[in-house]
Design a protein around this ligand. Sequence first.
Ligand SMILES: Cc1cc2nc3c(=O)[nH]c(=O)nc-3n(C[C@H](O)[C@H](O)[C@H](O)COP(=O)(O)O)c2cc1C
Length: 190
Amino acid sequence: MYRKIIRRRTIRKYKQRAVPKEILVKCVDAARLSPSGANLQPLKYVIINNGELLKKVFKTLRWAGYLPDYQPSIEEMPMAYIVILLDQKVANSYGHDAGIAAMSISMVAYDEGLGSCILGAIDRKQLEKILNIHDNLNIVLVIALGYPAEKPVPDKMKNGDQKYWLDEKEVLHVPKKEFEDIVNWNVFSP
Ligand SMILES: Cc1cc2nc3c(=O)[nH]c(=O)nc-3n(C[C@H](O)[C@H](O)[C@H](O)COP(=O)(O)O)c2cc1C
């Protein structure tokens, strides 16, 4: 499990190959059985795998904010989405639940050979309209899914710069903070 978690990277470019329905069901089932604050389970899901709809949803999402020139084209778009919704009738501030569900989905997807991207930069008004989302439901996150067409690599963060970057071979490098820079054992050192 540890190896898989550290090797997973966000994928933003995908092969145009269908994602099997059984994998999508597994992803949402993992989210369904994930931890939930007070066990309220306020989340609902929309699974999207219909060709025309995939294109419409794609246009509502904002990719790789740090790299305006590194955007997936329509020929590299995700082949499925799972939209995470919060039911306001059940709870109104359960962002943690959505984050945990998103990671469960991403890890099951990774385990099945899929790439994923968690997206928070969404034209929510537009997406609500496209998916006919009911008034009591808020779109929290969208998880894009598909077989990977890129291989990003983790990198050491330099000069505190968190922006991912492309090398001359168009490989995406993702800066990560060092263990020592973020961890204190027992108490903070002076
Ligand atoms: C809550 C959340 C929201 C995110 N929103 C977006 C997004 O809107 N667009 C995007 O391209 N990536 C998005 N990402 C992906 C992050 O950019 C990515 O996780 C980060 O650069 C680290 O890369 P890694 O996942 O490969 O470790 C989001 C990730 C998280 C956890």
